[in-house]
Write a protein that binds this ligand. Structure first.
Ligand SMILES: Nc1ncnc2c1ncn2[C@@H]1O[C@H](COP(=O)(O)OP(=O)(O)OP(=O)(O)O)[C@@H](O)[C@H]1O
Ligand SMILES: [Mg+2]
Length: 223
């Protein structure tokens, strides 16, 4: 479904280009749950951003459904992102003055995704799905950190994307709440959503069906 081939990426630094990813290849099958683990600075976020097309690699290819998406024109890339890919970050990036329901509807309000006729119904279902039935009209400030992350996941679900990319979705949560969020991602994966999750916590990574460990800019081993 998604395949990375020989990805390389450097960032400019005062001492010249600093390589972050040297030669990364991986595949994600449809319906898979892949965890990317590694120390801070090992290039996990860089890799996730390249896989989700938010960042272009210096070399190598990302193939989605058989097409090289690293060389697509910007308009096609934008269409792909809003249709097929959803992203959740460590910081949930909810808008504080919108209710949970309005935050979930955001992808449609901004034109990021074409609004279906049943957008509100769908948003309600997504909030119910992540366990927030009864809290649809709360502002983020009146939700706990874990509940806020659930809203962010519901917002990712509402587009019915094919792949959910999550970068340290448990990073700002206590361990028990973090496990709940990973459990939710597992449930969604069991329902058919493909998931790529970055985490530095091996405990959470063991929930994934496959683990890619990043070391010195390349996968160290796959379990
Ligand atoms: N935009 C950027 N410009 C320059 N250097 C960057 C940039 N983004 C990341 N880096 C550097 O690239 C390396 C890898 O960063 P990355 O964010 O991918 O690591 P990470 O594995 O996600 O780390 P963490 O677990 O701390 O989130 C780090 O050394 C970082 O300083
Ligand atoms: Mg990171």
């Amino acid at each position: 479904m998604l395949e990375a081939r020989n990805i390389a990426k450097s960032y400019a630094s005062a001492e010249g280009p600093a390589p972050v990813l040297r030669d990364v290849s991986l595949t994600l099958e449809q319906g898979e749950f892949l965890a990317i683990v590694g120390r801070s600075g090992s290039g996990k976020s860089t890799l996730l951003n390249i896989l989700s097309t938010l960042l272009a690699p210096d070399a190598g290819q990302v193939l989605y459904a058989g097409r090289d998406v690293t060389r697509l024109p910007e308009a096609e890339l934008a269409a792909l992102r809003r249709r097929d890919f959803a992203v959740v970050f460590q910081m949930h990036h909810l808008l504080p003055y919108l209710t949970a329901l309005e935050n979930v509807l955001l992808p449609f309000m901004t034109g990021l995704a074409p609004a279906p006729r049943d957008a509100v119904e769908r948003a309600r279902r997504c909030l119910d799905r992540v366990g927030l039935g009864g809290k649809h009209h709360r502002l983020p400030g009146r939700l706990s950190g874990g509940e806020q992350q659930r809203v962010a996941i519901a917002r990712a679900l509402v587009k019915e994307a094919a792949i959910l990319f999550a970068d340290e979705p448990t990073g700002s949560l206590d361990p028990a709440t973090g496990r709940e969020i990973v459990g939710l991602l597992q449930d969604l994966n069991a329902d058919g959503l493909s998931v790529v999750m970055v985490t530095h916590d091996l405990g959470y990574a063991s929930c994934a069906r496959r683990v890619l460990r990043m070391e010195n800019g390349a996968p160290a081993c796959a379990a």
